[in-house]
Ligand binder design. Structure first.
Ligand code: DOR
Length: 446
């Protein structure tokens, strides 16, 4: 008997790398896709083959979410790597890149190794971890491995992870050559606006304090440094029309940018309905910003989508602004939200898949991910583009237990999620035995 495990997905509408759909079969062996064809008749013999009848369903490359905060170690009352990866599996997210603001901070090789070790034990999907910049950890930034890149909080952070001094920023951009991902908000501007609006507890003041100009100033500074040192730059969760317009006129070929579903689909009117649950950094903006960001995404000015999944408990969110933490969960809803937008004619399913998988793999040089083709990793999601189902609090798997999109009636929910050729989620049920792998980042692919 052979020990290989094979999966045969039958009669799916398969999204091919050229953006076209083929109704046909996909065969995987162990962790890889070995064949994609109109009809596959596997050789009978030693191999045990699990078959999935995917009639009426659409097969996409698994989502790669390039910005999440999963809270372990140190903040596990909000989320941990197990609960977060269960939520990923339900949302069709088969790989994630996680941020360094855990406790301890991921600012050393030791802390990075600790996260990798934890993830190998409890993560149902594939994982990678950013190394966080401080004002004085340059040696770690140069050597940490494996990591998708360096995360810099230029603003809206306190403590060691805030890097808002020009000299420290300059130093990080000048030395080394790995990707730098910036949270671009200008801390000096935020501090000044905080004083102007002191004492106001209505949460919509959050978008006024951390305003469009705070985001634009930091993005301008990061772009300037990137150009000066020809340094690979990624702008995280771009939130304003002004930043998008700046990039439209001034985007070096080595710069990429992302946007979140919430910055496309929610705006400041959300504070009225859900109060501090709408509070995040960078904040929600105006309907005009939504439109400009959408257009920038459609035009390729913005390259891809990240959730910035940043869970906090409902008790923490129930405090009074400004004592409430910023952030909202997102990995369970991002794919259906974007596929619902596709069903409404805002974009195509192929564009959604590019923004949520293919373009991310390319930007972070993740080999063999982001496409359904022979030789690629068997990270896949089967979605139902015909049925609508609401976002229900009782169905959420994130430990935080809420979503800003509760009640939204979405289509494109994952039916089956496959990580490395193993079914990790199927029709509401998880297989918690499945484990993801550490992602690799191959700069030779650049
Ligand atoms: O709203 C946010 N919350 N934005 C961030 O960048 C950090 C995050 C968090 O960790 O809570």
């Amino acid at each position: 008997m052979s020990n290989t495990s094979c999966l045969l997905i039958r009669r799916a509408a398969i999204l091919l790398p050229n953006g076209e759909f083929l109704v046909g079969d996909v065969l995987t062996r162990d962790r890889q896709i070995i064949s994609v064809a109109p009809e596959i008749s596997p050789a009978t013999g030693e191999e045990a083959i699990t078959e999935i009848d995917a009639t009426g369903l659409t097969l996409l490359p698994g989502v790669i979410d390039p910005q999440v905060h999963f809270r372990e170690p140190g903040l596990e009352h909000k989320e941990d790597l197990f609960t977060a990866s269960c939520a990923c599996a339900r949302g069709g997210v088969t790989s994630f890149l996680e941020m360094p603001n855990t406790r301890p901070l991921t600012t050393t090789q030791e802390a990075l190794d600790d996260k990798l070790q934890r993830a190998s034990q409890k993560c149902l999907v594939n994982y990678g971890f950013f190394i966080g910049a401080t004002a004085d950890n340059l040696p770690d930034l140069l050597t940490a491995n494996p990591t998708p890149g360096i995360k810099i909080f230029m603003g809206s952070m306190h403590g060691q992870l805030l890097v808002d001094q020009d000299t420290a920023l300059e130093d990080i951009f000048a030395k080394g050559d790995r990707l730098i991902a910036v949270h671009a908000e200008d801390q000096a501007r935020i501090n000044q606006r905080r004083q102007e609006f002191a004492g106001i507890t209505d949460p919509d003041v959050h978008s006024k304090i951390q305003d469009n100009l705070a985001a634009l100033l930091a993005t301008q500074q990061a772009l300037g440094l990137s150009r000066k040192y020809q340094r690979r730059l990624h702008i995280l969760h771009m939130s304003t029309g002004e930043e998008a317009e700046l990039l439209r006129t001034d985007k070096p070929s080595w710069v990429t940018a992302e946007v979140t579903p919430q910055h496309l689909l929610l705006n400041t009117s959300a504070y009225e309905k859900i109060g501090t649950l709408a509070q995040m950094n960078p904040p929600l903006r105006s309907p005009h910003d939504n439109e400009v960001l959408w257009q920038a995404l459609l035009d390729g000015v913005i390259d891809f989508i990240a959730t910035d999944h940043a869970p906090h408990t409902l008790a923490e969110k129930a405090q009074q602004y400004p004592n409430t933490p910023s952030g909202m969960p997102g990995v369970e809803t991002s794919l259906p939200l974007m596929l619902t937008a596709a069903s409404q004619g805002r974009c195509t399913v192929a564009q959604v898949s590019n923004w949520m998988s293919t373009a991310v793999a390319k930007a972070y040089n993740i080999p063999k991910k982001g496409a359904i083709a022979s030789g690629y990793d068997a990270d896949l999601v089967l979605v139902d583009l015909k049925t609508h189902h609401p976002v229900l609090r009782e169905e959420l798997l994130t430990k935080s237990g809420w979503s800003p999109f509760e009640g939204w009636n979405l289509t494109g929910w994952p039916v089956t999620t496959i990580v490395g050729g193993q079914i990790v989620y199927h029709k509401g049920k998880l297989n918690t035995e499945v484990r993801g792998e550490a992602l690799t980042f191959d700069t030779n692919l650049m």
